[in-house]
Design a protein around this ligand. Structure first.
Ligand code: ADP
Length: 166
């Protein structure tokens, strides 16, 4: 049985992530999405919100689960008895850092391998950062994120407007 982990920040999950999840879920028996709790990046959505959104958008995949993890990916994989890490490659710019991370992980644990999925062309430009920037200026993000994420953005914006009106 092949069990894999797909680690990331998912702040928030985009259609690009979902594309990787969908394709990875077809080739492994079990896919565990891991939201990194100790990322150095400051997040827009809380861990709980990111977990909730990922659970909503993956609810139709019977072999996908969502977890939050602290510490290094290698430990997360070990704790879950997974020997495979899934990552997505968008552009050449991703390649160098992804290769470095994959080689480091494999050196720490030689039983652990990384499998890369190259992005579908229509999502090659897409990152959570870009989505947040576009959403910040009130533009339509329906081509970039699932409906549940759109609603989550709307709620944040409404909250911000209510606070600024106080
Ligand atoms: P980001 O780099 O946007 O903060 P994450 O840390 O959430 O993204 O990314 C988790 C994984 O998903 C990484 O392997 C990343 O390369 C991949 N990924 C992110 N966006 C896309 C996309 N549009 N297409 C394919 N893979 C992606």
């Amino acid at each position: 049985m092949v069990r894999a982990v797909y680690p990331g920040n998912f702040d928030p999950v985009t259609l690009g992530h979902l594309d990787i999840i969908q394709r990875a879920a077809r080739v492994v028996d079990e896919l565990i999405i891991g939201i990194a709790a100790n990322s150095s990046k400051t997040s827009f959505f809380t861990l709980e919100e990111r977990e909730e959104l990922l659970k909503i958008v993956t609810e139709n995949f019977s072999n996908v689960t969502v977890k939050v993890f602290e510490g290094i990916t290698v430990e997360f994989a070990r704790e879950n008895n997974a020997h495979l890490i899934i990552r997505g490659l968008r552009a050449v710019t991703d390649f160098e850092s992804e290769m470095q991370i994959a080689q480091t992980n494999h050196t720490i644990d030689s039983e652990l391998d990384t499998m890369f999925f190259t992005t579908s062309l229509n999502y090659a430009f897409l990152s959570s950062t870009i989505v947040k920037e576009v959403a910040f200026y009130g533009a339509d993000i329906s081509k970039f994120v699932p409906p549940a994420v759109m609603r989550a953005f709307q709620q944040k914006v409404e909250l911000r407007e209510r606070i600024s009106a106080l």
